[in-house]
Design a protein. Structure first.
Length: 350
């Protein structure tokens, strides 16, 4: 960072700090628009982080299971969604048809990964509920490694390079999502607005499922006192199977959202990156807290957007600024409030 670039960047926001300058229309308007654009893009990123992390916090908060295969499932979701788009969408496919195919792919990926997650819970997780969390961590981490290596083998055999981003799905994105739109005078990427809309739907759906349905009541009660709920004739094991499956499916949905994002895109390495961001969001928000996950995702998304803007404008030349900042937030949170923003001392488990 040089004094010249720092001064140029600060000049965009300096009018906002001067009450007299707010009456002017030049620099103040530019500064407001820049701040609003960075904030809107941060919320868009936060919507994706929430979609991925909410499945992780759902599984841990209600079941006490640390699923280290969560990132691998998101990676699989990105590849499966991309495969559907590449096979169906052609050069002559219209915008509405492409978006419709996207939502069909989203539903298919969610259904497939939810079923796979439920099967994983029954076959692998359920037998070790009564053991220490170390068993769950080692088991799910091993499953993650297996999924990653299988994906690498399949992609290599199909002639797709597993490590760099798979570019073919990105080419299917409709033009309407590639540009920017003027929202209250601020140019915001339409893809972020699209992600915000889907993230909002996911948030409302998960909240309604947990608080407004009888099955959600069974799940929440079972997480507090399994023996009492079983004495009432409710199959708690089946409820937990559904929770694990839905949490797994939500991770895959987040992966499908990343399929069109040029910053992420389908790759085997996506598994690790997504898992790290998901754990940061869950820990900052508070393990098992739905509200905490929502708030923390917004904080992490805005922090990511601000630091990305600092790098792209040349104010900071360190390319890893975004990752450093986000994990610095994690460290600060662990020091100040180890249980997270909305967490409690102990949460999850049977």
């Amino acid at each position: 960072m040089t004094p010249g670039t720092l001064a140029a960047a600060l000049s965009q926001f300096a009018p906002l700090l001067d009450p007299g300058a707010l009456l002017a229309t030049g620099g103040a308007v530019d500064g407001l628009q820049t701040a609003a654009r960075v904030l809107a893009e941060g919320i868009g990123k936060g919507a994706v982080y929430f979609t991925i992390a909410v499945g992780l916090t759902l599984v841990f908060g209600l079941m006490g299971v640390l699923n280290f295969a969560h990132g691998a499932v998101a990676m699989v979701g990105a590849y499966l969604g991309g495969l559907v788009l590449v096979l169906v969408v052609g050069a002559n496919t219209g915008t509405l048809a492409t978006i419709l195919v996207f939502f069909v792919a989203l539903a298919l990926v969610f259904a497939v990964t939810t079923a796979a997650g439920s099967a994983m819970e029954v076959a692998l997780i359920r037998p070790i509920y009564d053991r220490t969390p170390t068993y769950q961590i080692l088991l799910t981490f091993g499953v993650s490694l297996i999924i990653e290596e299988l994906a690498r083998i399949v992609l290599t055999l199909r002639g797709i390079q597993p490590d760099p981003q798979w570019q073919a799905p990105m080419a299917t994105a409709p033009d309407v999502l590639l540009g920017r739109t003027q929202l209250f005078g601020v140019g915001v990427r339409r893809l972020y607005l699209f992600e915000i809309a889907i993230g909002a739907v996911v948030a409302v759906a998960v909240w309604a499922f947990l608080t407004k349905t009888l099955y959600g009541l069974y799940i929440r009660a079972g997480s507090e006192d399994t023996e009492m709920v079983q004495a009432l004739g409710i199959d708690v094991r089946q409820a937990f199977t559904v929770v694990f499956g839905v949490g797994t499916g939500l991770a895959a949905v987040g992966g499908v959202l990343l399929m069109w994002d040029p910053i992420w895109g389908p790759s085997v390495l996506l598994s690790i990156d997504v898992l790290l961001y998901a754990f940061v969001v869950v820990i900052i928000g508070g393990l098992g807290s739905f509200t905490g996950t929502l708030v923390a995702a917004g904080i992490v998304g805005v922090a990511d957007s601000v630091t990305t803007w600092l790098f792209t404008t040349g104010i900071v030349t360190f390319p890893g600024l975004s990752e450093v900042t986000i994990f610095l937030l994690l460290v600060v949170m662990l020091i100040i409030r180890p249980q997270g923003l909305y967490g409690v001392e102990e949460v999850g488990g049977h």
